[in-house]
Design a protein around this ligand. Sequence first.
Ligand code: TYD
Length: 142
Amino acid sequence: MTIKAYSVFDCSIIHFPKIHNRAGNITPLQNGIEVPFDVKRIYYLYDIPGGESRGAHAHRQLQQLIVAASGSFDVTIDDGTNKKTIHLNRPYYGLHLLPGMWRDLSNFSSGAICLVLASHEYDVHDYIRDYDQFKNFRGIHR
Ligand code: TYD
């Protein structure tokens, strides 16, 4: 399957383990086990002002696992043909984002933390920030 062939329906919610006791919970994430790729970078979004949205781009190769480590937010993914919105609100669920998905993150709750595990280091050339260019990348011609 080529990168361009992934659809929004291939992007799944992964249910992580939760080790629970009365003093709280632990969710461990390991390369190739809970995370379906090798993690090369971790970053997190926080202090997001009310009403803000983020994203509005796609990646050519990057895979990501997006987790609402605290609070909640919506992730809308778009493969150029189909769109779907996923509400993330638990630290033991991760949205597996495959390459070639336009994404918008919105409706952040107060104090939300969006944790992102990424398959590659930061590469400005991996970004597609123009929607028409994205459609072109996906092989969709108007
Ligand atoms: P961007 O990925 O566009 O953020 P979002 O999709 O959440 O709106 O990144 C915003 C800025 O941060 C951009 O100038 C690049 C920089 N950045 C890094 O330097 N390293 C990173 O790992 C990330 C994710 C972003």
